[in-house]
Design a protein around this ligand. Structure first.
Ligand SMILES: [Ca+2]
Length: 374
């Protein structure tokens, strides 16, 4: 393992340098570019499922076929029978502030029985801005907030915001350093962390630090969470001017920000398993795909980098990156997240109306991505 760790930076540089070449494509369209509903790009069939979204952040799938999409300005939308409903599915006090607003959403693993969801959002309070994890309950086709489970620091940037259930039934959340880098190294602060709580908001007995929701620390701004079928947890995070990272997250570990970044090493700090070097991915959401055309791949999206990333690992070695490829480069602009939907297709959200993009007519979009001819 020590040897592998030592070799990783070399491997990483090699892979990053090589990753652009194989994925370059002019993006052959089956119809015209503007307003197309279905195109083939980089060997992928890309279909627009919903459009005219405003800065969507998370997509989640209900067992009954509904698709939920959060919009950062403060609402949760629902796509029902293929149609994006005009009226919000939920709206409960999220306020857009810079990168903050209505961010993550996760359905309870027992949603079918308990109609319960969880949201991560930013809001203003008398004491300043706050990020919250809240429990929602659906009644009569609309969800309302029942309880704030966790209050966290917030700022105009570096709010993290991803929320996901792990295979252990615990609720995980990513939060950035809320633009105070030193907080990432402060284990008593919730900023710059990956957090782990029980669905009722209490702290699990087996968390690494007694009585604390902190699961890992030293993070700058992670916005993605994905587990492979062995339970390994991956989280991409935004670096400081390039040096974006993909980390393998383990309980109690320190991922280095702001002490180290990229291929730097220091005692007691865990380096990323892949980083972008001088390139910028600006990675956000992530998904691990277990079967089908992209089996055993970690997928994640890039905002400024405008790509869908695919990372494959050496057999049985979750830290050893065997191949890194990029798809859709620049074709749809900024990409916020990727989730696997029913039937195996990938669903990708654009983020071109977030104030940093160059929106096309009818942006933002929910895209459905499948292998071309598959
Ligand atoms: Ca790091």
């Amino acid at each position: 393992m020590r040897l592998l760790r030592a070799l990783l930076p070399v491997l990483v540089v090699f892979l990053v340098a090589g990753c652009g070449a194989g994925s370059a494509s002019s993006g052959e369209g089956t119809t015209g570019a503007e307003g197309t509903q279905s195109r083939t790009v980089d060997g992928l069939q890309v279909e627009t499922v919903a459009k005219n979204l405003d800065t969507p952040w998370e997509v989640a799938f209900a067992p009954d076929g509904r698709i939920f999409v959060t919009e950062r300005p403060g609402v949760v939308r629902v796509i029902e029978s293929g149609e994006l409903r005009e009226e919000p599915y939920a709206e409960f006090g999220a306020e857009e502030m810079g990168e903050g607003g209505q961010l993550g959403l996760a359905l309870d693993p027992d949603f079918e029985q308990n109609d319960t969801l969880y949201a991560y959002y930013s809001t203003e309070t008398d004491d300043g801005p706050e990020n919250r994890i809240a429990r929602l309950l659906e009644e009569n086709g609309r969800a309302t907030e029942q309880e704030t489970l966790l209050s966290m620091p917030a700022a105009s940037i570096h709010n993290g915001g991803r929320l996901a259930f792990g295979p252990d039934g615990k609720l995980y959340a990513t939060i950035g350093d809320v633009s105070e880098a030193s907080l990432a190294q402060d284990r008593d602060a919730l900023a710059g962390k990956i957090l782990r709580i029980n669905p009722d908001g209490t702290v699990p007995d087996d968390n690494p630090f007694d009585g604390s929701p902190v699961y890992s620390y030293g993070h700058r701004n992670p916005q993605g969470l994905a587990w492979d079928d062995e339970g390994s947890l991956y989280a991409p995070e935004h670096g400081q001017s390039a040096h974006d990272e993909l980390n393998l997250i383990e309980a109690g570990k320190n991922y280095g920000w702001p002490e180290i970044q990229g291929d730097e090493n220091a005692s007691g700090l865990t380096p990323p398993i892949l980083h972008s070097g001088q390139q910028t991915w600006a990675p956000s959401g992530a998904e691990y795909v277990e079967d089908g055309a992209w089996a055993d791949s970690l997928m994640f999206t890039g905002l400024a980098g405008e790509s869908l990333h695919r990372v494959e690992f050496a057999p049985g070695k979750p830290v050893e990156v065997a191949r890194h490829r990029e798809y859709l480069g620049g074709e749809y602009g900024r990409l916020r997240t990727v989730e696997q939907g029913p039937g195996g297709a990938l669903y990708v959200l654009t983020s071109n109306r977030d104030g940093r993009g160059n929106p096309a007519p009818e942006d933002d979009r929910l895209l459905k991505v499948t292998p071309a001819g598959g």
